[in-house]
Structures are given as structure tokens and as C-alpha cells.
Design a protein around this ligand. Structure first.
Ligand SMILES: *[C@@H]1O[C@H](CO)[C@@H](O)[C@H](O)[C@H]1NC(C)=O
Ligand SMILES: *[C@@H]1O[C@H](CO)[C@@H](O)[C@H](O)[C@H]1NC(C)=O
Ligand SMILES: *[C@@H]1O[C@H](CO)[C@@H](O)[C@H](O)[C@H]1NC(C)=O
Ligand SMILES: *[C@@H]1O[C@H](CO)[C@@H](O)[C@H](O)[C@H]1NC(C)=O
Ligand SMILES: *[C@@H]1O[C@H](CO)[C@@H](O)[C@H](O)[C@H]1NC(C)=O
Length: 513
């Protein structure tokens, strides 16, 4: 009888926790950010939770227990918006990246917060149990978290942003953790460490002075919600799309949870469109897949680079599938151009042998999941850091854009297609997938955990709330330095005095004699 009561109450306890009403906020205009977390959202509603998603990318077909708050603006379309002539390839690009993200954040906040659907949503009287919010480049949507006063979980689709460390772990020692935009490896030369340390400070400053301030101001001006302190520190836990086998290796606080590969690991692979399937399966020596991502317009590639790729491809036995918009002149017979491929399904096809990509985190994880070696061509943002990390972990070879010519492309592809590299990519793939709990189940576990423990505030380290100078022990170092210098001075003076006294008499005697 007792056991029965226990069983029933346990069931009830589970049930009451199991059906959460979840609010998710994905306001950024890059669709890839949402693509990482869509499988998680789908799983949550499948498991009986209900989801309200504030998004620019509402579902095309309605999903049960899933409500989209559509904050998209037809005039703004973030796919294929960057052209190659805007990428200078210099270090200055990387230095200015955080400032560029501040201007993206302005658009995200201004358009999103003032969207009638968002303002109406704020007026409704709903109850939520949990908020999942994107922690990319702005705090301006934290007003929703403040309104509902429930535990908040941060979700982030790629490498650690420079300012995320301060909110969760503060373990990004610049001696070996590269700045997000600089693309250093974890073994830096002296000058690289100097550069990395300078940007460690600059990017924190950019966040405090531009991103956080701007977000607070826009929240107040547009929605009337005063965020007071930087509410980002009220986030309980971070689910981050990284894994130490691929991304930066750094110690993490208990509330930083790696779920790298959540959108690929154990996700179904779909059949390919007929024409693509035929082209790939009829290739006797395999296929190379090339795509420089969805943000860049592939056909804005400078003519000279396009020729370099086509010339290199014409020397290959393999066929090539190339993501390209419009027509291509001078195409060789072994190349098929394709506007939108189901990229992951292509990469996982056994006859696809290598991937030429821009080192965006989604493409990289898709290729690693399918054990395919990558020719890494980083162009902007986090891509340099992703590329160097993949190269160091044996998943591919990086080419600098300025030195990407026919011979470099051909030689690198030959290396990537060798049995040695095939094994290296397989090994990386198996390391990437070898987890105590798959990333999806890990995310679900921690979402329930935070909900069960009412925000789990005990997971935070004290570092997050410490002033900068205390965390880096500047006050202690200063204090010890003062003590050391004072004692040194006192000892020096008193020794000098003693010596003077000791030496006085003989000295006088000598004088007299
Ligand atoms: C989920 O959707 C189903 C079917 O639309 C509905 O019967 C059920 O009540 C919904 N659950 C919640 C928690 O809203
Ligand atoms: C979302 O809103 C935009 C802009 O009003 C509109 O063009 C689009 O069709 C909407 N999407 C859906 C799925 O309702
Ligand atoms: C954005 O633009 C691309 C290409 O120009 C197009 O294929 C896509 O449908 C557009 N998306 C939206 C939401 O308008
Ligand atoms: C955010 O955290 C601070 C410090 O822990 C706390 O004082 C404040 O009430 C929290 N704000 C909200 C809206 O939960
Ligand atoms: C290309 O740029 C990289 C990094 O900025 C540099 O190390 C390399 O020497 C450059 N190569 C050429 C051919 O200019």
C-alpha cells in the first residue's frame, strides 16, 4: 500500500514537472542559430511540453503545442546577403567583428522589440515555467524573462562569445583560450598572446559599453522595460553548442553545459532529391561537396578564385557538387551546381568523400558527424577559430583565402582524399560522438534539472558576481607588492644603517692612523 502511494505520488511529481510551459526567444536574424535548436524544440513538444517561440523563422506547417510569435520583417532576409568584395581578409576584419555584431544587435532589437506581435505578446497574461533565451550578441530581450520571473536557461549556437565567459564561467585565460574572432590555436606565440590579451579586454569593454548599454536602452525606449542590472547574469545555466573534441578546450563552471552536435547526432538522414542522388551515386571515384554557407552569395566569388577552383576540379577524378546561385560560366563536366542542397544528407552520403566549406559551426559539425574531411576556408566571425580547432583535431586542412589558388586547392584535396586522412576524420567523428549521454538527452536532463531545482542558483560560481579586480586578484597582487616593496625598503635601509654602524669605528681608526 505504502509503496503504491509512493509510486503514484512519484508519477504525479514527475507529471507536474514533465509538462512545462516553455517560452523560447531566438531573435537573431541568422537562421542557422535557430536551426541548431529546432530539434530540441521539437523534442520538447513531443515529450508533452508546450512551447512558445519568439522568432523570425516561424514554422511553415503548424506543430502541435508549438506557438510562434512571428517577429520577422519581410524586407529583411539574411540569406545570401554577404558578398565576397566586402571581405577584406585582413586582421582588421577580425578586430572590428564585435563592433559589427553590435550593429547587428541594434537591428535585431529595434525590429524585434517594436514588432506588433511582440508588443501584443508582452500585453497578454500568460504563465510560463521556464524561459530559453539566445545569448548571442544582445540582452535586449531579457525583458520577457523579467516579466515572467521564472528560471532562465541560455542557449548559444556556437563557440563562446567573448562576453559569455563573464556571465557563466570566467575561465577564459587568454594565455591559451583564443578570442572568438582572432582564430588562434591553444598554443600561442608571445605576440599572439599579447594580441589575444588585448582583445580579451577590448571585447569585454565593447560588450559593456556598446552591446549591453544599447540593449538596455532599446528595451527601455521601445517596450518600457528597465533591465536595471545586466540581466544576463540572472541566467541559470548555459546550453552551448560546442564540444571539447572540436571546439576550444577550457575548464567550465558547473552551469555551462556542452551539447555540441545536438542538431546532428542521432538525427535522421533523409533521402536525396532524385537528380542529386543520381549524380552522386554514378560518380565512380566519389564526390566532393562545396558550399561557402547560406549567408554569403556564392556567385559573388571573384572570377580569379572561381577559375582556381574550376581548374583544380578539372584535374580531379572525383565529381563536385557546388552550392551556387544562378548560372556558372566555364563549368567543367564533373561539376554540378545546385542552389539549395539538403547539406547534411549530402555530407552523410557514403559516396561523398570530402567537404569544402567556410568553417561555419553547423557545416563543420555535420561533416564531422558523417566522418568527412574538410577543406576549411574561414571567411569571417567565428570561422577562423572553428577552422584552426578542426585542423588541430585532425578533421581538416585550413587554407588562407589570400593563398587559395589552383595548386593549393588541388594539393589540399589530394591530402584530404588520402586513406590517412579518411582515418583521421573517422577517429575525430568517433571521439565527437562518444558521450556519457547524447547531446539531446543532456539538454533535456538539464532543462528538467533547472526546473526541478527552481533555477538551480547553487550552480553558479562566485566568479560571476565578483568585480573584475577581485576576480583577477589585482587587489591582492597590489597589496602583496606594497608589502614586498615596503619590507624590501625597510630591510635595505636597516642593513645599510647597521653596516654603517659596524663599519664606523674601524673606518675612523684607519683615518686616525
Ligand atoms: C498538446 O496538443 C494536443 C493536440 O493538439 C492537445 O490535446 C494537448 O492538450 C496539448 N497539450 C498542452 C500541454 O497544451
Ligand atoms: C511572418 O511575418 C512576415 C512579415 O509580416 C510574413 O511575411 C510571414 O509570412 C509570416 N510568416 C508566417 C509563417 O506567418
Ligand atoms: C531569402 O532570399 C533567398 C534568396 O534570395 C530566398 O530563396 C528565400 O526564400 C528568402 N527567404 C525569405 C524568408 O524571404
Ligand atoms: C537578478 O539577480 C539579482 C542578483 O541575484 C537579483 O537581485 C534580482 O532580483 C534578479 N532579477 C530578477 C528579475 O530575477
Ligand atoms: C595570407 O594571410 C596569412 C594570414 O594573414 C599570412 O600568414 C600569409 O602569409 C598570407 N599569404 C599570402 C600568400 O599572402
Amino acid at each position: 500500500m505504502n509503496l503504491y502511494v509512493l509510486f503514484v505520488s512519484a508519477l504525479f511529481a514527475f507529471n507536474s514537472i514533465d509538462c512545462l510551459n516553455i517560452l523560447a526567444v531566438m531573435p537573431h536574424m541568422g537562421k542557422s542559430h535557430q536551426l541548431v535548436f529546432e530539434p530540441l524544440f521539437k523534442k520538447l513538444v513531443e515529450n508533452g511540453h508546450s512551447l512558445t517561440l519568439i522568432t523570425r523563422y516561424p514554422q511553415k506547417k503548424p506543430v502541435p503545442n508549438w506557438t510562434d510569435i512571428n517577429i520577422s520583417n519581410v524586407e529583411y532576409n539574411s540569406t545570401e546577403i554577404v558578398t565576397f568584395d566586402s571581405l577584406t581578409g585582413t586582421r582588421l576584419d577580425r578586430y572590428l567583428c564585435s563592433k559589427l555584431l553590435a550593429s547587428f544587435a541594434y537591428i535585431t532589437c529595434e525590429e524585434g522589440l517594436s514588432h506588433p506581435n511582440y508588443l501584443n505578446f508582452l500585453k497578454t497574461d500568460q504563465h510560463f515555467d521556464l524561459v530559453l533565451i539566445e545569448t548571442f550578441n544582445t540582452n535586449c530581450f531579457m525583458g520577457v524573462a523579467k516579466k515572467f520571473k521564472v528560471p532562465i536557461i541560455g542557449i548559444h549556437s556556437g563557440e563562446w562569445m567573448p562576453w559569455l565567459h563573464g556571465m557563466f564561467s570566467r575561465t577564459n585565460n587568454p594565455s591559451y583560450v583564443s578570442d572568438h574572432f582572432l582564430g588562434h590555436s591553444d598554443s600561442m606565440s608571445f605576440l599572439e598572446r599579447v594580441e589575444n590579451t588585448i582583445f580579451f579586454f577590448i571585447n569585454q569593454f565593447v560588450y559593456d559599453m556598446f552591446l549591453a548599454r544599447q540593449g538596455k536602452q532599446l528595451s527601455k525606449d521601445i517596450t518600457g522595460v528597465d533591465l536595471e542590472e545586466d540581466m544576463m547574469k540572472n541566467i541559470s545555466l548555459l546550453l552551448i553548442n560546442t564540444h571539447f573534441t572540436l571546439n576550444s578546450k577550457l575548464p567550465l563552471s558547473p552551469n555551462s553545459i556542452e551539447i555540441g552536435g545536438i542538431h546532428v547526432i542521432n538525427q535522421p538522414i533523409n533521402p536525396l532529391p532524385k537528380d542529386l542522388k543520381k549524380f552522386i551515386e554514378e560518380a565512380k571515384h566519389g564526390v566532393i561537396y562545396m558550399s561557402l554557407g547560406s549567408t554569403i552569395r556564392g556567385d559573388s566569388l571573384p572570377e580569379e578564385k572561381k577559375r582556381a577552383f574550376l581548374n583544380a576540379f578539372s584535374r580531379l577524378k572525383q565529381r563536385v557538387v557546388w552550392k551556387w546561385e544562378g548560372e556558372m560560366t566555364g563549368k567543367t563536366p564533373n561539376v554540378l551546381i545546385y542552389r539549395w542542397t539538403p547539406q547534411r544528407d549530402v555530407l552523410c552520403h557514403p559516396n561523398v568523400k570530402a567537404y569544402i566549406g567556410h568553417s561555419g559551426i553547423l557545416g563543420v559539425m555535420e561533416a564531422v558527424d558523417c566522418s568527412k574531411p574538410i577543406l576549411l576556408l574561414p571567411l569571417f566571425g567565428d570561422q577562423f577559430t572553428n577552422a584552426i580547432n578542426i585542423q588541430r583535431n585532425g578533421g581538416g586542412i585550413m587554407l588562407h583565402w589570400n593563398s587559395t589558388n589552383e595548386d593549393a586547392i588541388y594539393d589540399t584535396l589530394q591530402k584530404l582524399l588520402s586513406p590517412k586522412f579518411e582515418k583521421s576524420a573517422k577517429d575525430l567523428s568517433s571521439r565527437f560522438k562518444d558521450r556519457p549521454l547524447a547531446p539531446m538527452e543532456t539538454a533535456l536532463y538539464w532543462i528538467h534539472y533547472v526546473s526541478r531545482h527552481k533555477g538551480a542558483p547553487f550552480m553558479k560560481t562566485a566568479a560571476v558576481d565578483m568585480p573584475f579586480y577581485q576576480h583577477y586578484l589585482l587587489d591582492v597582487i597590489g597589496f602583496l607588492l606594497v608589502i614586498f616593496l615596503t619590507s624590501f625598503y625597510v630591510i635595505y635601509k636597516s642593513t645599510k644603517c647597521t653596516l654603517k654602524l659596524l663599519c664606523k669605528r674601524p673606518h675612523q681608526k684607519i683615518k686616525k692612523s
